[in-house]
Design a protein around this ligand. Structure first.
Ligand SMILES: [Zn+2]
Length: 125
């Protein structure tokens, strides 16, 4: 249940953010998901809906945006974005530096799932 534990973490982070801004209700959450995180979007959305029940984030509209996959070449240190075409297998097997074509690269972005934006109503004091 990779998606569900991620969903719980997201909702916990949203709840903490809402609390620190004295928000009374979270309206929208935008998250960015890297293709290499291998998260199923539908399952993640469902998990967030369940995890948010009864909390300040219940009913928030969740938007998922893709997070680009980025690699850094160990040979020439060039950082480049990986074109996200084809299957995950295609992407993983074709990872190569855009400058020197070396296959000795490390993924520096694209495995993660991050909260980009939270929209909330703030209560009057
Ligand atoms: Zn290179």
């Amino acid at each position: 249940m990779h998606e569900f534990s991620t969903a719980v973490n997201i909702v916990e982070a949203v709840k903490r953010a809402a609390k620190s801004y004295d928000a009374t209700k979270v309206i929208g959450i935008t998250i960015q998901i890297g293709k290499l995180s291998m998260l199923n979007h539908d399952q993640l959305l469902f998990g967030i809906e369940i995890a948010a029940k009864g909390s300040v984030a219940e009913g928030a509209k969740v938007t998922i945006e893709p997070l680009a996959t980025k690699i850094r070449c160990r040979e020439c240190k060039k950082e480049s974005e990986v074109p996200e075409e084809g299957t995950l297998y295609d992407i993983l097997t074709s990872l190569a530096c855009s400058k020197c074509q070396s296959k000795d690269v490390e993924v520096i972005q694209g495995r993660e799932c991050v909260i980009k934006d939270i929209k909330a109503e703030v209560g009057k004091k």
